[in-house]
Write a protein of this length. Structure first.
Length: 253
């Protein structure tokens, strides 16, 4: 049996005395495309940061490629929910992507021919090669998100974490965006976190719901238990390219 590339066991974490995650167990295997869903404040971003080694658990064990997270972080590409960048700064899309190739001891001007080749390939994959000379502050939300993903790709990650990647993407562009991630998933394991259930059921391979606890389902569907755990009101799901409305049962009062 294949070993998981990420193995989280009995994980608990608290912030300022308030429990954020409790007894979380999760295994992620190579080639996975997982949707990590749940409400705002449910612990999704915290879980990603723990796996990346940016936070330390209060209890439990995390192994990434069989190592402690801090030793394997270079094998993971991460696109956080809020990327802080001064949009008025005169920097091009290409320059932003090349940031992913910066290494300790190498100055800004020391990008190699290979760095530029990889940046060009990433921009091509994300279908924004034509925007390479555009100022980063002139991009739409969806274009900006693609630039940040391209920056993550040039680090040659084996896993790509995306935290709320469609927050700035309009509804029209979301289906295309998920299709693009499906293409990337042919070579990269992907974990996509969202507070909405805006996942394409024909694209993702599994779903995990985080709301302090974690429920995992090894299929591209949201179970009734997940809805009961995470949501008290209707949610939207994109299924087979079309939006649907999911209405949990409500008791009549």
């Amino acid at each position: 049996m294949n070993e998981p590339i990420i193995d989280v066991r009995d994980l608990s974490f608290a912030f300022n005395g308030e429990t954020v995650l409790k007894n979380v167990n999760l295994k992620i295997f190579q080639g996975e495309f997982m949707a990590l869903i749940g409400p705002n404040g449910g612990g999704k971003t915290t879980l990603l940061k723990l796996i990346l080694g940016l936070l330390k658990p209060d209890r439990g064990k995390i192994r990434v490629f069989g190592q402690a997270p801090r030793h394997a972080a270079h094998r993971i590409g991460y696109v956080p929910q809020n990327v802080h960048i001064n949009k008025s700064f005169p920097i091009s899309v290409l320059d932003v992507v090349l940031m992913g190739r910066l290494r300790t001891g190498r100055g800004w001007a020391r990008h190699t021919r290979n760095d530029h080749r990889m940046a060009g390939e990433a921009l091509g994959q994300l279908q924004i090669w034509n925007l390479r000379h555009r100022r980063i502050g002139d991009l739409s939300g969806g274009q900006l998100q693609k630039a940040f993903i391209a920056r993550a790709l040039v680090t040659e990650p084996e896993i790509l974490f995306l935290d709320e990647p469609t927050a700035s993407v309009d509804a029209k562009g979301q289906a295309d965006f998920y299709g693009l991630l499906k293409k990337l998933n042919e070579t990269i394991t992907i974990v996509l976190a969202s507070h909405d259930v805006m996942v394409l059921s024909s694209y993702v391979k599994s779903v995990a719901c985080v709301n302090r606890d974690l429920l995992y389902h090894d299929a591209a569907e949201v179970t009734a238990d997940m809805l009961d755990m995470a949501y008290a009101c209707p949610v939207d799901i994109i299924a087979h390219g079309l939006p649907h409305r999911v209405l949990p049962d409500h008791e009549e009062g």
